[in-house]
Design a protein around this ligand. Structure first.
Ligand code: PEP
Ligand code: MN
Length: 340
């Protein structure tokens, strides 16, 4: 920590701060300038009491952290290597095969899910996404088929040999959802629900951690740190757009955040262009960007008839568009040197 003192402090006031720094368990190394003193406080910021509260002292101008607040998710924790998650016979991360996760926003019926699973499998998807528990803004909107939805996911996944990605909305349902899912999705509205994240982490299932729609990148990294800190190394970040002033898109897909997460963390990153833009006509472009950014996969909403979807119809692509999208994306994937 670096403690910057106010200008022109009398020496006895400087000594008071130095003594407090030492009392809080740090080794104070003062640097006396002509106008101001700066105290370098040597110690592990993650195990010591934080010195940031010293900003309440009248002698102190600023306290700066030197260490990052997250450890296990950081690149340094893996000595610069990328993590590879092994899920349902697939490897995700570290330049391995680009991962296609696709399926409807909500599981609606057997026919809807089976036809979608067949269509996405035919285009090389390895994971079937589908919500059985839906976080809806209005309580009067479709809330998901719950257990029945999970059973349909299991049936479709078995038939077409796909892994299952599905959201868990509440701590109460972690055990149930984990008994069906290969990947537990933590949605944007729960991205800082630390008791849910902890419970999901303890299930031992890989976690797809969406970015909270108002979450800063550091907060997102720290939410993932919760999973690792609870002994579960299998977490991937999923950028799904943040809320901004823009109205042409549902959210603003923050591609810069993807580049930063890739620099900061060894964990895989998935892009969700469907929630990210809220428009089916933009999904392909965003997927191309995802590939160029070295993302490890995409999560796309696909529906047999988006106009009749029970949720998020405007952003779901139909089977034809999905097939076209995958075909157009392939040369991009190859161009970045990833196997398909
Ligand atoms: C979804 O994937 O359908 C979903 C609700 O995601 P998010 O939490 O990103 O809104
Ligand atoms: Mn959706």
């Amino acid at each position: 920590m670096i403690v910057v003192l106010k200008p022109n402090l009398p020496p006895e006031q400087v000594e008071k701060v130095i003594a407090e720094v030492a009392k809080l368990g740090y080794e104070p190394r003062p640097i006396h300038g002509i106008v101001q003193t700066v105290i370098a406080a040597i110690g592990d910021e993650t195990t010591h009491q934080s010195l940031e509260t010293l900003e309440t002292w009248p002698q102190v101008e600023h306290v700066h952290r030197v260490q990052k607040r997250y450890k296990l998710v950081s690149r340094e924790a893996k000595k610069g290597m990328d993590s590879v998650l092994k899920i349902h016979g697939q490897e995700i991360g570290a330049g391995k095969k680009f991962c296609f996760m696709a399926g409807p926003c909500s599981v609606e019926s057997e026919e809807q899910l089976m036809t979608t699973a067949k269509a996405v499998k035919a285009q090389g998807a390895t994971f079937l996404r589908g919500g059985a528990f839906k976080p809806r803004t209005s309580p009067y909107e479709f809330q998901g088929l719950a257990k029945e939805g999970l059973q349909l996911l299991a049936q479709a996944a078995k038939e077409y040999d796909l892994g299952i990605v599905t959201e868990v909305l509440s701590e109460r349902d972690v055990e149930l959802v984990a008994s069906y899912a290969d990947i537990l999705q933590i949605g944007t509205r729960n991205a800082q629900n630390f008791s849910l994240i902890t419970e999901a982490a303890r299930s031992g299932k890989p976690i797809l951690l969406k970015r909270g729609m108002t979450m800063k990148i550091e907060e997102w990294l720290l939410a993932a740190e919760y999973v690792l800190a609870h002994g579960n190394p299998n977490v991937m970040f999923c950028e799904r757009g943040i809320r901004t002033f823009e109205t042409y898109t549902r959210n603003t897909l923050d591609l810069g955040a993807v580049a930063i997460i890739k620099k900061e963390s060894h964990l895989p990153v998935i892009i969700d262009p469907s929630q990210g833009c809220g428009r089916a006509d933009m999904v392909l472009e965003m997927c191309k960007a995802a590939v160029a950014l070295n993302a490890d996969g995409i999560l796309i909403e696909v529906h047999p008839n988006p106009a009749e979807a029970w949720s998020d119809g405007q952003q779901q692509v139909d089977f034809n568009l999905y097939a076209k999208l995958v075909e157009e994306l392939k040369p991009f994937v190859t161009a970045v040197g990833r196997p398909l």
